[in-house]
Design a protein around this ligand. Structure first.
Ligand code: GCW
Length: 655
């Protein structure tokens, strides 16, 4: 008999409230096959019944059969098909993960239609936790985490009670995610031991993850051969180093036979890597890949490589170019089980960036795209900022435009769709209750990049808040379009980084201007923006295929939302809508504040329709969002007013 898992009494159920599962709880549910993940379906049903106070179903209740027998040909792992047979339902899948995905689909969308076939677009759908085993005074135990501390680690070890971990895995599985990197890509002393002294704990987590159709990955430190192996080098071409990695992999796979593999941040922001030995990223990735290959493991090698000790006086170096410059020459040199993990943009998860040209440039190397669900640069779960429209835009971006071969980012990223998690041990999992929408939508888009972000918002809110149409309309008005609002307030026309250094919350127009990070906007008395053209600038625009390169190169055809990313533009320059550049900057900021006020007021119209705690947590954060929006507006309008001397056409208050 399955053990009813207590729901997590003190936590928010997210988009999986038991009340939505009455049809499943009241049914005769049978599971045929599917191993541990199949068995979880029965656990879930038992939990639903326990929570809803329902006993065993009546003998003539409708039947839900979950079976791995007779799945349609061609369904990918994790996929499922639903068939109606009178009042009975049959969910067929090739594996247990598929059964579980079908179950959760029926929980989120209770009237799942006859003939539904859901097939994931890509095999690797992953969350990367930036969780550390110990907390620091600044960020707690999650780097760039805004939802409390790690659900997995505490006081230097994996937590004993995995209840919250289970809840997290449930959220993942319910939106079709199937891979989880347990620890931060910045691997510190404590986490090195995950491949070693903490391995039994990793195995414990992997067992649990397996029952949710999720495989686990470990972030490893490239210098482990020194710190753990007692060698004097970590040179990837040194046979002793290769042996260290082989032994490490062998040990790991004895404990976790289905380990996904390694996630690696190397030669990036000071992390160790192959460059120290005069080797390149292919050498570095391949030594790990060869250790993992006998176990069918994969190396996810991050391409977030740039000079973080740049001299701001040096106008010839452009951080945006770096990933493409480093990795394109290596195309073809990576082993088959290496996947290059590329951030969605060339800089770093800004609210607006062009799509990373590297995503379309690697023809002989498997590529994965990496997004950031945690809102490091997008309001840190204090602001409502629904990011699915951004991810959707990236996934649909077509490198093949102007040619006969469509090549969207979703087509190119065959190696996986990955994101940095926004989850912590906060009451509602994501700090801001409405940030749950981002986690939900990320999973769904990884599953099917063609899904419409607005439809996903509707799907999420209905599952979370129920069928109260007035409430749903209110939630929609508070959340929809909030990405654009954050952009309007913080990143005019594609210029980024006007943010407080280090913690990245709130405005500081010149905070990054004279630093070593390669993050400049070059505002002066005449204009603002970075000339990245081939003709007169850094040449970054030339990293795109011809149709895109030409469009970005020309001030007249460059999309306005990216104008200042590609061009240094005079304040008096007339935009398509007729106003000057500086007037647009004023207008979007004043409008942004109004927009945030409207969202806060809209919440008050529906807040009494949700539970008290959610109402209050959202209210508090919206108040902070209003304050913060005003701060952004005041600082940026004032800065550009002082720089340009141009009056606001509408005579509004600038300081
Ligand atoms: O966005 C930046 C963050 C770092 C992070 C880094 C990365 C994990 O500011 O905190 O480190 O990117 O992606 O590696």
């Amino acid at each position: 008999m399955p053990t009813p898992q207590p729901w997590f009494p003190d936590t928010h159920p997210c988009w999986l409230p038991a009340a939505r599962g009455r049809h499943l709880a009241a049914a005769r549910v049978e599971v045929d096959g599917g191993g541990p993940a199949g068995a979880t379906v029965l656990d879930e049903v038992a939990s639903l019944r326990a929570e809803l106070g329902l006993g065993e179903p009546a003998a003539d209740a409708p039947r839900w059969l979950f079976t791995t027998a007779g799945a349609p040909d061609g369904l990918r792992p994790g996929g499922f098909a639903v068939h109606h047979d009178g009042a009975d339902r049959v969910v067929r899948a090739p594996d247990g993960a598929g059964l579980l995905h079908g179950f959760y689909r029926a929980l989120v969308v209770p009237d799942v239609l006859d003939g539904t076939v859901e097939d994931p677009a890509v095999d690797l759908r992953m969350l990367d936790s930036w969780d550390n085993m110990t907390a620091d005074g600044v960020m707690g135990s999650v780097e760039r985490g805004y939802a409390g501390d790690s659900v997995l680690f505490r006081d230097g070890r994996v937590v004993e009670d995995l209840t919250r971990v289970r809840g997290f895995l449930r959220l993942m599985a319910s939106v079709g995610l199937n891979a989880w990197a347990l620890n931060n890509v910045n691997v510190h002393d404590a986490e090195r031991g995950l491949v070693d002294e903490h391995l039994p704990d990793v195995a414990r987590v992997a067992d649990l993850a397996r029952s949710f159709g999720v495989r686990v990955w470990l972030s490893v430190d490239f210098s482990s051969p020194i710190s753990l192996g007692g060698l004097d080098v970590a040179d990837p071409l040194d046979e002793r180093v290769a042996a260290f990695w082989r032994e490490t992999a062998d040990r790991l796979y004895r404990a976790v036979p289905d380990l996904g593999g390694f996630l690696v941040k190397a030669d990036s922001e000071g992390r160790p890597g192959p460059h120290a030995y005069g080797r390149d990223h292919a050498d570095g990735a391949n030594v790990l890949a060869r250790a993992l290959a006998p176990h069918s493991g994969t190396v996810l090698w991050r391409c977030f490589v740039y000079d973080h000790r740049q001299d701001w006086r040096d106008r010839s170096t452009d951080r945006a170019r770096a990933a493409h410059d480093h990795f394109v020459p290596l195309d073809g040199r990576f082993d088959d089980n290496v996947v290059l993990q590329v951030k969605n943009g060339p800089m770093d998860f800004q609210v607006r960036e062009p799509v990373s040209p590297l995503l379309g440039a690697l023809r002989e190397t498997t590529t994965a795209v990496e997004f950031q669900v945690t809102q490091e640069y997008t309001g840190q779960q204090q602001h409502v900022c629904y990011l699915a429209p951004q991810w959707s835009e990236v996934l649909r971006f077509d490198f093949g435009e102007g040619t006969s071969e469509p090549r969207t980012v979703a087509d190119c990223a065959r190696g996986g769709v990955v994101a940095v998690s926004n989850v912590g041990d906060s009451w509602c999992w994501t700090g801001h209750p409405l940030a749950q929408a981002n986690l939900f939508a990320f999973g769904r888009l990884a599953w099917d990049p063609r899904l419409d972000p607005d439809a996903l918002l509707g799907e999420w809110s209905r599952a979370t808040f129920g069928d109260d149409e007035e409430l749903l309309a209110g939630v929609h008005d508070v959340v929809a379009g909030s990405w654009r609002t954050y952009e309007d307030l913080t990143a005019p026309l594609g210029v980024g980084w006007m943010v407080s250094p280090h913690h990245h919350y709130g405005p500081d127009v010149e905070g990054y201007e004279y630093t070593a990070w390669g993050t400049y906007h070059f505002a002066d008395r005449d204009g603002v923006g970075v000339d990245r053209t081939v003709a007169t600038g850094t040449g970054y625009a030339g990293q795109y295929p011809p149709a895109h390169a030409a469009r970005y190169e020309d001030l007249a055809t460059c999309p306005e939302e990216l104008l200042l990313f590609f061009h240094h533009v005079g304040y008096g320059h007339r935009l398509s809508t007729g106003e000057t550049l500086v007037q647009r900057i004023y207008d979007t900021h004043f409008a942004g504040v109004e927009d945030v006020r409207r969202r806060a007021a809209r919440w008050e119209e529906v807040a009494d329709r949700v539970d008290e705690r959610t109402a209050q947590e959202v209210r508090t954060r919206l108040a902070e969002q209003v304050r913060s929006a005003q701060e952004w507006c005041d600082r940026i309008t004032t800065y550009f007013h002082r720089a340009s001397g141009a009056p606001d056409a509408h005579g509004r208050r600038i300081f």
